[in-house]
Ligand binder design. Structure first.
Ligand code: ADP
Ligand code: MG
Length: 329
C-alpha cells in the first residue's frame, strides 16, 4: 500500500468536523444561539421549532445586535467579541467564549441572520449556506437579532441519520428550554413547538415565577424553599420531596453562576440531604442556584460545557448538603 502523504485539512472539512462536536443535534445548536442572546444582554428571547428543530428553528432576541461591520467575522471560526487574552479564560462571565458556534451551525445548515444594533439606523439580513455567506442586504428590523436555521445537517447525511425522531428531538429542546427559563428568571422566554406555546416565562426576576412557568402552581407550592451561605457558596432555590420527588434525575436542575450544569456531586449531596423524605427509588426534584467566585469553578472542561470542576469539591458538596438539610427541618 502506498504511504499517504500528510496534508492539512481544508476549511470545509475542518468546519464539518468541528460542527459535529459543537452541534450534535438541534437542541445543542439552539442552546448556543440562546446563550449568544443572553450574552448580548437580551431581556426577551423566543425559540420556535418545527419537526424537532431539524427542518426549522428560530431564535429571536432583543439584545445588542451585531454591528453590520462585524457580521462576516461573527461567522468565522474562533471569532469572538467576548475574550481577547488567554488570561480572560480564568474569569469567564459570559456563556460563550470559544467563537465556534455560529461557524459550526452555519457549516451544516442554511442560516439567515437578521440583526440591528441601537447605533445602526437600519438592520442587515445575512444568509449563510453551508458555511458560505451568500448574501448580505439591508433590512428593516427591530433592535436585536433573529437567527433562522433550516435543514440542519443537510450536507452531512450521516449526522442527519443519527438524529432521533422529531418528537424526541423536540423533547431535548423542551428540556433545554426548561433549564434556560430556570437559569434566568430575569429573562422572558417564549418557547413554541409546532405553532403552540409550550412555555412562557414572566422574566420578572423572581425564581418563583420561573418555577411556576415550568411546573405550575401546585408543584411550586409543594416545593421547599432553600436559601443560605456556606464555604463561599451561596445557595438559593427549591427542593421537591415527598409528592414532588420523581422517578429519575430529569428534574434536578443545578445552576452555577447562572449556568446550567450536570453534577453527580451536587445530585448526591441533595439526595443525601433528602434521604428520609423521599421514597426509595425516587429522587428529589430541585431547582438550585449556586453563586460562587468565578475563580473557584472551572467551566472550560468540554465544548458543550455541561460539566464543571470545583476547586474544592468536598466543601461544596458538604455546603449543599447542609443547606438543603437545614431548610427541610
Ligand atoms: P462566542 O459566543 O463563543 O463568542 P459565537 O460563534 O457563538 O461565539 O458567536 C460569535 C460572535 O457573534 C459573538 O462573540 C458575538 O459578538 C456575536 N453574536 C452572536 N450571536 C449574537 C446575538 N444574538 N446578539 C449579539 N451578538 C451576537
Ligand atoms: Mg456563542
Amino acid at each position: 500500500m502506498p504511504v499517504a502523504r500528510i496534508q492539512l485539512l481544508n476549511d470545509e472539512v475542518i468546519g464539518k468536523i468541528a460542527a459535529g462536536e459543537v452541534v450534535e443535534r438541534p437542541a445543542a445548536a439552539i442552546k448556543e444561539l440562546v446563550e449568544n442572546s443572553l450574552d448580548a444582554g437580551a431581556s426577551a428571547v423566543t425559540v420556535e421549532i418545527r419537526d424537532g428543530g431539524i427542518s426549522y428553528f428560530r431564535v429571536t432576541d432583543n439584545g445588542s445586535g451585531i454591528p453590520s461591520g462585524d457580521i462576516r467575522m461573527a461567522f468565522e471560526r474562533h471569532a469572538t467579541s467576548k475574550i481577547t487574552r488567554a488570561q480572560d479564560l480564568h474569569s469567564i462571565a459570559t456563556l460563550g467564549f470559544r467563537g465556534e458556534a455560529l461557524a459550526s451551525i452555519a457549516a451544516v445548515s442554511h442560516v439567515t441572520c437578521t440583526t440591528r444594533t441601537k447605533a445602526d439606523a437600519s438592520g442587515i439580513k445575512v444568509k449563510n449556506d453551508g458555511g458560505q455567506i451568500t448574501s448580505i442586504e439591508e433590512a428593516a428590523c427591530p433592535e436585536g437579532t433573529t437567527f433562522v436555521v433550516r435543514d440542519l445537517f443537510f450536507n452531512t447525511p450521516v449526522r442527519l441519520k443519527f438524529l432521533k425522531k422529531p418528537a424526541t428531538e423536540a423533547g431535548f429542546v423542551t428540556d433545554l428550554m426548561m433549564r434556560l427559563i430556570l437559569s434566568r428568571p430575569d429573562v422572558s422566554f417564549r418557547y413554541i413547538n409546532q405553532g403552540k406555546t409550550v412555555y412562557h416565562s414572566a422574566g420578572d426576576g423572581k425564581l418563583e415565577s420561573a418555577v411556576f412557568s415550568i411546573y405550575g402552581s401546585e408543584m411550586l407550592r409543594s416545593m421547599r424553599k432553600v436559601e443560605g451561605n456556606q464555604s463561599g457558596v451561596s445557595l438559593k432555590g427549591y427542593v421537591g420531596i415527598g409528592e414532588s420527588a420523581r422517578g429519575n434525575r430529569g428534574h434536578q436542575s443545578f445552576f452555577i453562576n447562572g449556568r446550567y450544569m450536570k453534577s453527580n456531586i451536587l445530585s448526591a449531596a441533595v439526595e443525601s440531604a433528602c434521604r428520609e423524605r423521599v421514597m426509595i427509588g425516587k429522587f428529589p426534584s430541585c431547582v438550585l442556584h449556586l453563586t460562587m467566585p468565578y475563580d473557584t469553578v472551572d467551566v472550560n472542561v468540554h465544548p458543550n460545557k455541561l460539566e464543571v470542576r470545583f476547586q474544592n469539591e468536598l466543601a461544596v458538596a458538604e455546603a449543599i448538603k447542609n443547606l438543603v438539610h437545614d431548610s427541610l427541618h
